[in-house]
Design a protein around this ligand. Structure first.
Ligand SMILES: Cc1cc2nc3c(=O)[nH]c(=O)nc-3n(C[C@H](O)[C@H](O)[C@H](O)COP(=O)(O)OP(=O)(O)OC[C@H]3O[C@@H](n4cnc5c(N)ncnc54)[C@H](O)[C@@H]3O)c2cc1C
Length: 552
């Protein structure tokens, strides 16, 4: 049976929810289709840390941070490194997005009940010059309630629209084709999948029990990226990053399968910047996995010493939390796809945060009592301790010789030499007694602790790594963890998709990760972090508003 509506949104993740609620609020009818069940509403955003890039916010001002649109745009451009003809629309999106982050983003969310944890995080700190990569100041605003706290207002609005009869959800509906007539999109068709009550995030059945067709004047593709599909990640892996890693873990559920990207491309949409991706280098295998190959990213503070697989310290400024892409490039140039942190109990306690809503029950559960313990507790947060005890990548020893020998045993080789590691740690430790030093990482520690937020909850007091008072010693084997797709469908600022002939395809829109978070790659090569959820909000909003205006 064919149904007719005004707009179809493919994907009930954050971008799809934002677009759909804007359409319904504009008085138009919208159908949201998703291949997953209702229990997965919100897609990846539910699992996220809920970190948002905001510029010159009241939270920043309260902490004494002086930020501005100009400073943020300078950072964005230095980070993105736009360098191709295809960057025309991504660059325009970047300017508009930074204006959104410095403008009405916070107030728009706040009016829907969204709230922010008061200590602003400092991600991607760079370490080059003022025009280079990185955030000059802390800008990572964690949602109070993490990912679920960000999805909640949009789900509420969607349920309200559902009650009013303007919005319909069709779960377990997988789009297989974009229907086109004379170059214009006129709907979607696909398979109805069998009902499956499997837990959110786990892989659901793909058994087909029927088919469906939906006709509409506009279709918004908000189907996410490719991070759950390692074959696609490897196919798109750019030569500038060496050979694709042999071993990778997944930072996203399996439904982030990239399939709809191929379907949209087959309908004539122009996919750009497919070689740009944002994978993390501090991935650890989840001892309690939800989805296949489930990995968690450590959001590291600045103190851990970082060594490559051969035991050589990563060069400046590739310190924890400085430059994800630079680190990935360096690690892949070693010929190995993993690296090591060596740290102390004092460092793990204060500096390890794990990205993901389920790894932060204090913030996700909006518990002040639990959250305050981050600053006052003797040990690390419980989820971090659980990884330390159960995680396949963690080694804890009192003695460096034993630690290095266990690291070699875990890697299954003898690449690490105790004397070599010891000499590098001792050299760094000699730099600790003075606040003015030449070791760039130690300088960074002193710089970080001048920011009150870092001093309170993110940066351990500088100490010698080999000081037994701060022990035991901890080594963590770090894997490459797939996450974000930075390229996507080329769109104008209304999220309208261009075809391969460079003309707008009538009726086709793209938002969220499928659109490279705006325009086909608003980030260029790198991200300042907290910019993905925000990219879904902004591109989803633009797509929804523009589609609602366009339909009769
Ligand atoms: C653990 C984790 C932590 C993160 N932390 C942060 C953070 O702190 N800050 C930040 O900015 N970003 C973060 N992110 C990234 C961010 O959450 C995602 O980039 C964003 O949520 C993507 O949203 P989306 O709507 O574009 O896609 P998705 O959430 O992937 O939703 C797409 C939906 O489309 C559906 N779909 C796909 N193909 C089809 C088809 N053919 N037919 C029907 N349905 C289909 C899928 O089932 C899915 O539900 C994090 C991500 C994860 C996983």
């Amino acid at each position: 049976m064919t149904e007719v509506t005004d707009v179809v949104v493919v994907g009930a993740g954050l971008a799809g929810l934002v677009a759909a609620t804007e359409i319904a609020d504009a008085g138009k009818r919208v159908v949201v289709v998703d291949q997953e069940g209702e229990q997965s509403l919100g897609g990846q955003a539910f699992w996220s840390f809920g970190g948002l890039f905001l510029v010159d916010s009241p939270e920043q001002r309260r902490l004494g941070i002086k930020d501005s649109y100009d400073l943020a745009l300078q950072d964005w451009m230095g980070t993105a490194g736009f360098d191709r003809d295809d960057d025309h629309w991504p660059k325009r999106w970047a300017e508009a997005y930074v204006a959104f982050a410095a403008g009405d983003k916070r107030d728009w969310l706040r009016a829907m009940g969204h709230r922010i944890f008061p200590v602003v995080g400092w991600a991607e700190r760079g370490g080059y010059d003022a025009m280079g990569h990185g955030n000059s100041v802390p800008r990572f605003h964690v949602t109070w309630g993490t990912g679920p706290g960000l999805v909640e207002p949009f789900e509420r609005r969607a349920r309200e629209a559902q009650r009013k009869g303007r919005l319909t959800f069709k779960f377990r509906h997988r789009v297989d084709t974009l229907m086109m007539t004379n170059g214009a999109v006129e709907g979607v068709s696909g398979a109805v999948l069998e009902p499956d009550s499997i837990e959110r995030g786990k892989s659901s059945s793909r058994k087909v029990i029927g088919d469906f067709t939906l006709r509409a004047q506009a279709v918004i593709v908000a189907s996410g990226g490719i991070g759950g599909n390692h074959d696609l990640v490897r196919q798109n892996w750019p030569t500038r990053l060496g050979a694709p890693p042999r071993f990778m873990i997944s930072g996203v559920p399996e439904h982030v399968d990239g399939r709809m990207i191929g379907i949209t491309e087959a309908a004539g949409a122009r996919l750009i910047n497919r070689d740009r991706m944002w994978h993390y280098v501090e991935g650890i295998q989840n001892w309690n996995p939800i989805w296949p190959r489930h990995g968690i990213r450590i959001l590291p503070g600045p103190s851990s010493m970082w060594f490559d697989a051969t035991g050589k310290r990563l060069p400046a400024p590739l310190f924890p939390g400085s430059d994800t892409l630079g680190q990935l490039q360096y690690i892949m140039s070693t010929g190995y796809d993993y690296s090591w942190f060596i740290l102390t109990q004092s460092i793990i306690k204060k500096e390890f945060a794990l990205s993901g809503s389920e790894q932060n029950p204090d913030l996700t559960g909006k518990s002040w009592r639990m959250t305050i313990k981050r600053a006052t507790n003797k040990g690390a947060p419980a989820p971090v301790e659980a990884f330390k005890q159960n995680g396949a990548d963690f080694i804890v020893r009192n003695d460096l010789l034993e630690l290095v020998s266990a690291m070699n045993a875990l890697a299954g080789n003898d690449l690490l030499k105790h004397d070599h590691i010891k000499a590098q740690i001792e050299a760094r430790d000699r730099e600790i007694s003075n606040p003015y030093v030449k070791d760039a990482q130690v300088m960074n520690l002193h710089n970080a602790r001048r920011y009150i937020g870092d001093k309170l909850i993110r940066t351990a007091k500088p100490h010698r790594i080999l000081d037994p008072e701060h022990g035991p010693l901890i080594a963590v084997k770090l894997n490459i963890l797939t996450r974000k797709t930075l390229g996507g469908f080329e769109t104008d600022l209304d999220s309208r998709v261009f075809g391969t002939d460079r003309q707008i395809i009538t009726g086709l829109y793209a938002a969220g990760e499928a659109a490279g978070f705006g325009g086909g790659g608003v980030h260029g090569y790198r991200s300042l972090e907290g910019t993905f959820l925000g990219g879904c909000l902004f591109s989803g909003r633009n797509a929804g508003r523009a589609a609602a205006k366009a339909v009769r």
